[in-house]
Design a protein around this ligand. Structure first.
Ligand code: SF4
Length: 586
């Protein structure tokens, strides 16, 4: 098939060897690229039960057939491994330009195995691979590390780096690229840190072959003009994801003080208009048709973002309304290489624990100076930060407060209150990497479009399955989430244009289902069952007090009903397990 380089770079850090090998095209036909293909490799190559922070874990950087072409919004890179936060499979999607450069260097994927005996970084310059010393970089933040490497190699190179959080094996550690883009969830930065790998630096000078190039590029441009450049997508150019704040406030799903309630009457103190007044510059990822990146400066805080998730986590969910404090906390977390969602939930939980008098973590709602200090201490594993770095699940196991520990399988809740969007509680529960909003985004249907009633279990299994199937295909194609209007038909057409093989909507949809299944099969092999598809007790026990969803809590039997619907539609048994006959097809 066109679109692929038919080559994987396999790097053994323990032996300091690197060799190109053919891409498994039989797997690429079934899983396309990025998320799906990376999970397939991990499913086949990782021994069940390995320690995610041992040299036996692998870190895969996976592109897709569209990477490096003119397909809009196709510059995302899949980053996957076994998660130290959850013990599940984990794949993230990182923006910037690294995906394009890996592809132009001649590879569909880089598979990183083993561990270096001392801090180093991997340098990829087309087919020239070297292992460089990183002792001078170890301990530095992501921003300084990237600046030093950019200075040394120039701007034709992309850098994927970790900060102190990754070095200290924190389960909330990200991998960062282009300074402010992250593979954010599940602790992929800690996997890199466990390998003593501070950075991957890559330059590629080749290209990507697609068939009938003139006609294909013309049609791709038409799709860009007709589909991508609609207001439903272009709002991210004007507003980034700050626009979601108003939508979530209006819909009653903006979390407040560790999900103890929703909505904030004073939300306009830190809304999109407040942030965008401080705009200093714009940018986008490689091959992007939308350009959602906004550089803001408030006081001495400077950062690209903040995204909705970060505004909500470091704003109302932390009892904070100061936009400068949100931006400063965002800047510190990005530099430290910390996931803003998980770190926000950990600190919100610690604030509630302190205020309830269960355990004094030395921080209360709204105390943002301490908050910002704690972010750095979490990343560096210093003082109380070392304790908080455990994540909310382990913390609640040690100190109590389980009922309001907002997590599933050890991954902290994203910033969408599920009592106002019941399908979201199911999406969090069954997501392959723990609580995640990127697998199935229920608020679109239940709240924003209001096409499906939010406060009922009815039809939610099918709804979450369809949403997850659609997103799985999108991630396999490396298409950015913010091309929100893309249909299965368009994805099938783009695949046909780029690969030269005719793809039907059914075939594309089957890939999505297969990806959901193989991720589940990986987790099943690790011992996960229906008992792990949970929700925090707060969701079942406490009714919301404010906003359009006031009075709502989710009855446990309704939650169980949604889970069983979901398992049934995928052909899993009542315990959420795939039958052998289904596993055999993967
Ligand atoms: S919309 Fe934003 S995140 Fe998506 S590809 Fe473009 S710049 Fe990157």
């Amino acid at each position: 098939m066109y679109g692929y380089q038919n080559k994987v770079l396999r790097v053994d850090l323990s032996k300091k060897t690197a060799a190109a090998e053919p891409l498994r095209m039989d797997w690429a036909e079934k899983y396309i690229g990025s998320k799906g293909l990376a999970i397939k490799y991990l499913y086949e190559e990782l021994k069940p039960g390995i320690d995610p922070l041992s040299p036996e874990n692998k870190l895969i950087l996976m592109t897709g057939p569209m990477t490096g072409t003119t397909v809009p919004c196709s510059g995302k890179l899949g980053v996957a491994g076994k998660s130290p936060a959850t013990g599940t499979i984990c794949d993230c999607s990182i923006g910037g330009h690294a995906a394009l450069r890996i592809k132009y260097a001649g590879y569909d994927a880089v598979i990183i195995e083993g561990a270096l005996d001392k801090p180093g970084y991997l340098l990829i310059e087309d087919d020239k691979i070297s292992f460089e010393d990183a002792s001078e970089l170890w301990g530095k933040g992501c921003h300084e590390t990237e600046a030093i490497l950019a200075d040394k190699y120039g701007h034709e190179y992309s850098v994927l780096t970790i900060g102190p959080a990754g070095e200290n094996l924190c389960g909330m550690a990200c991998i960062t690229s282009d300074y402010y883009r992250q593979a954010g969830r599940g602790g992929m930065g800690a996997v890199m840190g466990s390998k003593n790998l501070k950075a991957v630096v890559v330059k590629g000078t080749g290209g990507v072959k697609i068939p009938n190039v003139e006609e294909a590029v013309k049609r791709i441009l038409e799709i860009q003009n007709e589909d991508v450049l609609q207001e439903d997508n272009t709002f991210v150019f004007d507003w980034g994801t700050t626009a979601f704040l108003e939508a979530c406030q209006d819909g009653g799903i903006l979390p407040y003080k560790n999900f103890s309630d929703t909505t904030d009457p004073n939300w306009t103190e830190y809304n999109g208009e407040v942030f965008m007044e401080k705009l200093e510059g714009k940018r986008g990822c490689g091959s992007c048709g939308l350009g959602c990146g906004n550089f803001l400066k408030i006081g001495d805080a400077i950062c690209e973002g903040p995204e909705y998730e970060t505004i909500a986590a470091y704003g109302p969910n932390a009892g904070n309304r100061d936009p400068e404090a949100i931006l400063k906390a965002n800047q510190v977390a990005d530099d430290m290489g910390l996931d803003t969602i998980s770190s926000g939930d950990v600190l919100a939980w610690a604030m509630e624990m302190t205020e309830k008098g269960i355990h004094d973590f030395g921080i209360r709602f709204g105390e943002m100076d301490t908050y910002i200090k704690y972010l750095e201490m979490i990343a560096k594993g210093e003082g109380i930060g070392k304790e908080l770095a455990m994540g909310v699940k382990k913390l609640a196991g040690k100190y109590g407060g389980k009922d309001f520990a907002m997590e599933v399988k050890g991954l902290e809740y994203p910033q969408y209150e599920p009592r106002g969007s019941w399908g979201m509680s199911l999406a969090y529960a069954v997501s392959d990497r723990g609580a995640c909003h990127m697998r199935a985004y229920a608020p679109n249907e239940e709240v924003f479009a209001a096409s499906i009633p939010p406060y009922t279990p009815e039809g939610k299994g099918e709804m979450v399955y369809k949403l997850a199937q659609h997103n799985a295909v999108k991630f396999c194609l490396c298409i950015c989430d913010f091309w929100g209007t893309i249909s299965m038909e368009t994805m099938a057409e783009l695949m046909s244009l780029v690969t030269g093989k005719e793809w039907t909507v059914e075939e594309i949809a089957d890939v999505g289902t297969r990806v959901i299944n193989i991720a589940r099969a990986f987790n099943q092999r690790e011992g996960f069952t229906a008992k792990d598809d949970t929700a925090p007790k707060r969701i079942f026990k406490e009714a919301l007090k404010n906003g359009p969803a006031a009075g709502q809590k989710i009855p446990e039997e309704a939650f169980e009903d949604m889970k069983q619907q979901y398992y049934k539609v995928l052909g899993w048994d009542e315990n959420g397990l795939l039958p052998d006959s289904l596993i055999a097809t993967l």
